[in-house]
Design a protein around this ligand. Sequence first.
Ligand code: XBP
Ligand code: MG
Length: 257
Amino acid sequence: MATISPERVNLLQAVIFDVDGTLADTERDGHRVAFNEAFAAAGLDYQWDVPEYGELLALTGGRRRIARYLQSRGHSPAQADELAAELHRDKTRRFAALVRTGAIQARPGAAELITALRAEGVATAVATTGTGDWVLPLLDTLFGLDVFDVVVTGTDIPDLKPDPAVYLEVLARLGVAPSGVVAVEDSANGVQAAVAAGLRCVAVVNGYTRDQNLSGAVAVLDDLSRPGGVSVLRGDPELRHGLSVAALRRLLAADYR
Ligand code: XBP
Ligand code: MG
């Protein structure tokens, strides 16, 4: 059980959120549907069902995901890359259109947590592998872009999670040291990226990520917040009340050594 250092409880300067699966449940009924629409529109006989898409999520980045899949279906590497770029452009347009219909909703408690952090002077930022052309409209629709001090997307960085590039870029733009920051993630790739950037990370899982290796996270919850409390799959039992500003301060103050 971690001990809390009282002198460390006020160290929280910023919280960095992942988007897909963390701030919003986007994958199964959002991205997956848009990928399938793009395949169909291109006259390709590929459709990703719910379990298969879960396996494909092991690789971050929609364009890379398509390219690897096309190669597994017999396309040459060059052909797969070219077709993936085209399909991904169309998928991005389709997903952005879906976002504008209001079909993608925030995970319960996300908006309230962001508001509470800001009210206490804690900076809020986003570190995502997703493409800027849908990330920005989604964040704007769900929360308003103004509530984030920094947003870095997969379009802005050279390598995607589990590479730490996106987190390092957020830290640089925030101008804060990793020791004052907690990252909130949902997946193994995300946790790995945050930890590789020197951050303390809490995982909030969903159906696709519940059984992944999240050993780098200091705690694992099944939701950000829920009436009656959340399930603490690993970590401080106090987290059963959900992720609040106080809970994030405790996470940063705890001595896990
Ligand atoms: C998200 C991703 C993205 C999305 C689809 O990972 O890997 O590829 O699945 O978005 P994370 P794009 O939550 O770790 O950031 O099609 O725009 O890539
Ligand atoms: Mg994610």
